[in-house]
Write a protein that binds this ligand. Structure first.
Ligand code: FAD
Length: 395
């Protein structure tokens, strides 16, 4: 049977949407398969999937993937010099800017005053549309924050076929060459080239179900949010993570979590979400996690716990300096929102992510070698732009 599509892309998040847009805008016939569904803007947090391993892992399974619930942080990494031009293109297209001071909330500005070590966080947010509602991680209701939905719209306009609610079960391989994918329900789609972009948890699972080896080296950039009472602060309505400071293997950044409120209520502290101020401590965790077909094992090592402890002490000091009431400080359990690394040993490099199976590529967080410790979205976009360029014979 002759393949109808030049390329099959699996997943519509940071990696999948980028590859699909680049290839279809070059006139290629692209089929994108996404297991989630399209969510109305501002409701994407309903698509959160929470994996309860040792460290709790958060991701979103819907059209646009986890980009729909991102904080809009768009940071470069240094995992390969050949990615530099692709970072530049991505920053231009996403409209990456520093957050203007007048869009920063009053508490963030007070935190800024506490140290000269803060670095502005580059944001892919159009601040002329942003209402500073603090809803980034729920899905932007104002169309201000970039998500890969924009790339998917562009891909569709160039003829890309996007099917949602389609769960890719395995890749089909003949004589060590990919020939297509099989989806739940038994149907298969054929193409000479398949690009897996199902994220760092699901891409290795597709490979494992296909009889290939994958899934070790998981990092998640483990973080905790520490916060306490500052009455009337309204910090929960400020844009999160406007700046950060890197201290060794951890970073600290202003961050609100509704879990802080639950914890304070459990302690019998009378507060509303608008009375709480918080800071995130995020570490470059040891990439010792493992993804299996049904399991995820991700525990903090002793070194991880020590690094979290260092950050916890610094963050607590900053909160007290800010005027947070002593005795009210609580800490949310360790979570990870940047799962990655689980296929990094299967590809040549993030700059050339072909596997040992001919014409089977991977272009998502799973090819980032860990430990990482930075918001990965822009890196995944740069990797995916470069891959598309390679596939189009332009690089
Ligand atoms: C709350 C939160 C805030 C974040 N904020 C930031 C930020 O500000 N900046 C930043 O850089 N990063 C941020 N991240 C992380 C970032 O969003 C992710 O690292 C990035 O989106 C991962 O891209 P990806 O392409 O690897 O996977 P995803 O974007 O997760 O996309 C994978 C897609 O594949 C689909 N899929 C999975 N399995 C299958 C299957 N079997 N068949 C078909 N489809 C499948 C999924 O439904 C999903 O749509 C945040 C994450 C969270 C949870």
């Amino acid at each position: 049977m002759t393949p109808v599509y030049d390329f099959i892309v699996v997943g519509s998040g940071a990696g999948g949407a980028t590859v699909a847009k680049e290839l279809s805008s070059a006139g290629k016939r692209v089929l994108l398969l996404e297991k989630g569904k399209e969510m109305p803007p501002g409701t994407e947090s309903k698509a959160y999937s929470v994996i309860r391993s040792g460290v709790e892992i958060w991701l979103a399974e819907c059209l646009g993937g986890t980009t729909t619930v991102s904080m809009g942080n768009a940071v470069r990494s240094r995992i390969g010099k050949r990615l530099d031009p692709y970072f530049e293109e991505a920053e231009r297209e996403l409209g990456v800017v520093q957050m203007p001071l007048d869009k920063m909330g009053p508490v963030s500005r007070q935190i800024l005053e506490l140290s000269d070590e803060w670095t502005p966080m580059p944001k892919c947010i159009d601040f002329s549309k942003c209402r500073s509602c603090g809803s980034c991680a729920y899905g932007c209701p104002h169309g201000a924050k970039w998500s890969s939905i924009r790339y998917l719209n562009a891909a569709e306009s160039s003829g890309c076929r996007i099917l949602t609610g389609i769960y890719v079960d395995k890749v089909l391989i003949e004589n060590n060459r990919v020939i297509g994918v099989k989806v739940w329900g038994g149907k298969s789609f054929r193409s000479k080239t398949v690009i897996l972009c199902a994220g760092a948890i699901e891409t290795p699972r597709i490979l494992l179900r296909s009889g290939l080896r994958a899934g070790s080296g998981l990092f998640v950039d483990t973080y905790v949010t520490i916060g306490g009472l500052k009455r009337g602060a309204k910090f929960n309505k400020e844009v999160g993570m406007p700046f950060y400071m890197i201290r060794g293997d951890h970073l600290i950044s202003p961050h609100f979590s509704s879990f802080l409120w639950n914890l304070m209520r459990k302690m019998g502290i009378d507060a509303t979400p608008s009375d709480i101020v918080g800071l995130m401590v995020k570490i470059r965790d040891h990439p010792a996690g493992v993804v299996g077909i049904e399991t995820v094992e991700k525990f903090s090592t002793e070194a991880d716990l020590n690094e979290l402890d260092k950050g916890r002490k610094e963050a607590t000091g900053l909160l007290l300096e800010l005027g947070v009431k002593e005795g009210t400080i609580v800490e949310v359990h360790p979570r990870g929102a940047h799962p990655g690394g689980t296929c990094s040993d299967l590809v040549r490099s993030p700059e050339d992510p072909e596997t040992d199976v001919e014409s089977l590529f991977i272009s998502d967080a799973s090819v980032i070698p860990g430990p990482f410790g930075l918001p990965p979205m822009l890196t995944i976009i740069a990797i995916s732009r470069r891959l598309a360029s390679l596939l189009l014979g332009r690089t």
